[in-house]
Design a protein around this ligand. Structure first.
Ligand SMILES: N[C@@H](CCC(=O)N[C@@H](CS)C(=O)NCC(=O)O)C(=O)O
Length: 214
């Protein structure tokens, strides 16, 4: 059955792989599933036909026959649950991997997104320069905690899992900031993930959308 996901027709990140279709593409590549991509414009994403797939008017979506999913974390979880390669075989290991998936999206990503939103959309506010150090500090705190837990390990809990996949996509949002520089183990963790053949294929595919239109 054909699986179709959606991605930006014109990605605001200019192909740096920060849009959330990257998570889904990477998961599909890790488990070796073929998929098609339907590119959507910002206008289309807010129209009724798209809102039937994704009530918030955002990418990515996932269609597999009658099954329609949204939320990148839920999509990655579905892929990981239905195909080997992204979750451990044993129940406890799977539960721990899911814990890291939720931790990435629920605990580490929010302060990173708050900071990103402030930089992108709130520069003209009178309180912007006062607020930014506080937002930086919140991100720093999470990075310190994560770096301490990761230590010298290769991945967060044993073998590479969907938890690492989501965590790395979250951390990559900080690539243009200096916040990761204090943590060589996090930088090495991201580099290890980016060296995976599945990551490289997914990255190249999302970049091709941008370069083919540039
Ligand atoms: N929590 C959602 C967030 C989806 C999201 O924010 N998508 C962005 C692209 S990465 C988007 O479509 N932004 C356009 C918009 O919100 O109008 C998920 O993980 O799928």
């Amino acid at each position: 059955m054909t699986i179709t996901i959606t991605a930006f027709e014109s990605s605001p990140d200019r192909g740096r792989g920060l849009a959330r279709d990257m998570r889904v593409r990477w998961a599909m590549e890790e488990v070796g599933l073929p998929y098609e991509v339907r590119l959507v414009s910002f206008t289309e994403m807010k129209e009724p036909a798209f809102l039937k797939l994704q009530p918030f008017g955002q990418i990515p979506t996932y269609e597999e026959g009658n099954l329609v999913l949204f939320e990148s974390g839920a999509i990655v979880w579905h892929i990981a649950q239905t195909h080997a390669g992204l979750l451990p075989d044993n129940a406890e290991g799977r539960a721990r991997a899911v814990t890291w998936m939720v931790g990435a999206l629920n605990t580490v990503e929010p302060p990173i997104l708050d900071r990103e939103t402030a930089i992108l959309l709130e520069r003209d506010k009178p309180w912007h320069t006062e607020r930014l150090p506080m937002l930086d500090e919140r991100v720093r705190k999470r990075l310190d905690q994560l770096a301490r837990r990761l230590g010298d390990a290769e991945w967060l809990d044993g073998a590479f899992s969907a938890g690492d996949l989501l965590m790395v996509t979250v951390l990559r949002r900080l690539a243009t900031s200096s916040l990761l520089q204090d943590h060589n183990n996090l930088l090495a963790y991201i580099a290890r993930a980016e060296a995976r053949p599945a990551y490289k294929r997914a990255f190249a595919d999302q970049l091709a959308v941008f370069t083919s239109r540039a």
